[in-house]
Design a protein around this ligand. Structure first.
Ligand SMILES: Cc1cc2nc3c(=O)[nH]c(=O)nc-3n(C[C@H](O)[C@H](O)[C@H](O)COP(=O)(O)O)c2cc1C
Length: 218
């Protein structure tokens, strides 16, 4: 997978430290949705990336893409619109093209990591008519603490509210004490968390389906 261009590909099960290309399993079916996976962290052994690897496995019949948000420049309104850099144009196109988005993020200083907020800011223009408008989105946060990134999750809700995105109404998916949920190989080893994640994604895909069916036929 060329992650910058967001083309799905790669084989096998993702392990922290693997290349990002390995995160997306191959997609074999013809009729699939396009799901954009947004990470709030891009460090090699990121739990967010590892969890998105599990998400990509669970949604293997769909076409998942993982944009390299850490390659986007910092937002500057002078460089938006017709002057936007190619990496930004590609990312906005990925957001525009996708059917739904799954965000997985740590909490930084009781809020959203800058890399994720910056990407959302780029995608949010033009205001109220951006590619994020009406886009179904679900949130997953994780942290070593016992609150599982609750404040980052609350802030993300506020942000996606401002972009007029369709936030998945659900039991919040927060993963507390995240280090204990992974084994020494960096695999999600906690059955309860796996089940919660599977249930969360099933519910989200039902939400996305429901929204698609409720669209007026043009
Ligand atoms: C700059 C910074 C600020 C952080 N602030 C918080 C915080 O406010 N609350 C919290 O629970 N964890 C905080 N953490 C811990 C991260 O949320 C935690 O290490 C997370 O699991 C990292 O995610 P990753 O593995 O995807 O990189 C912070 C970490 C960093 C680097």
């Amino acid at each position: 997978m060329a992650t910058g261009a967001g083309i799905a590909g790669g084989v096998g099960r993702y392990r922290p430290g693997d290349s990002r290309e390995a995160l997306i399993p191959p997609c074999n079916k013809d009729r699939t949705m396009k799901i954009l996976l947004l990470s709030g962290s891009f460090r090699k052994h990121s739990y967010s990336l590892a969890l998105l690897g599990v998400v990509a496995e669970s949604l293997a019949e769909h076409r998942c893409e993982l944009p390299d948000l850490d390659q986007l420049p910092l937002y500057n309104e002078d460089r938006s619109g017709d002057h936007r850099p190619e990496s930004v144009r590609q990312f906005q196109q990925q957001v525009d093209d996708c059917d739904a988005m799954v965000v997985c993020s740590p909490e930084y200083n009781h809020s959203i990591p800058a890399v994720l907020k910056n990407a959302i800011d780029w995608a949010s223009r033009p205001a109220f008519h951006s590619p994020l408008k009406d886009k179904p989105v679900t949130l997953i946060t994780q942290a070593p603490s016992l609150v599982g990134g609750a404040r980052a999750q609350a802030h993300l809700k506020l942000v996606f509210d401002s972009t007029l995105s369709r936030l998945h109404p659900c039991h919040e998916m927060m993963i507390a004490d995240v280090k204990a949920k992974f084994d020494e190989h960096g695999q999600l080893a906690d059955d309860h968390t796996r089940k919660r994640l599977a249930r969360h994604l099933e519910d989200f895909m039902g939400f996305v389906d429901g929204l698609a069916k409720s669209q007026p036929v043009s």
